[in-house]
Structure formats: C-alpha cells, structure tokens
Write a protein of this length. Structure first.
Length: 108
C-alpha cells in the first residue's frame, strides 16, 4: 500500500520483495488524483524494471518475471502445520448399536 508519503524507499523495497516472490502483485494507492496514480505506476515500473498490467481505480497490478536462474521460493511453513511423520494414537470407539434415522423415530 502506498500511503500519503508517496513512493518511499521502504515502499519500493517491499514492492520489489513482493515481485521477487510472486511475480504479479497488486499495489493499493491512497489518494484521489488519477494523474498522480498514473505517474506513480510509471515510476514503479521504471525503477523496478516491471510492467504495468492493470490500473483500475486505486489498485495497480504490476508484473515482473522471475529470472530463469533464480528458483521459485519454497512455501512457508506456518505455525499450524503439523510434521508429516507425527502419528497420533486413537482409542478405538465403543461399539454402538445401529444408527437411528429419522424414519426409525416416526414409527415409535
């Protein structure tokens, strides 16, 4: 997201990082001036050697292909991910009678 401060070096760095990992990203720009947004996407594309794909409202879509010698990034591990080798022990369920359906209650 590009805020009121405009295209600062930290914002440009984050856009660069996003393009390295995803190739195609959306950038939201705050502000109502359409001409300023058009100049902003031109500056982003010129500085990062990227291409403008789409500009609808306050959303800019930017594309830059990943270099052929650079492999795709590995998927991130989340805190919720469980190790694949972990086995859980389950207790056997107690033996129950046949399952009762709606129709079996109607006759009683």
């Amino acid at each position: 997201m590009v805020g009121e401060a405009g295209l600062t070096p930290p914002v440009l760095h984050e856009i660069d990082v996003g393009l390295k990992s995803h190739e195609l990203i959306k950038v939201r720009v705050l502000g109502d001036d359409r001409q300023a947004r058009a100049a902003l996407i031109a500056a982003i594309c010129a500085q990062l050697k990227a291409a403008s794909v789409q500009h609808i409202g306050k959303i800019l879509v930017v594309y830059r292909p990943r270099p052929a010698d650079e492999p795709a990034p590995a998927p991130r591990k989340t805190a919720d991910a469980k190790p694949a080798t972990r086995k859980t022990t389950h207790r056997p369920r107690a033996k129950q009678g046949p399952r009762r359906t709606k129709r079996s209650f109607q006759g009683a």
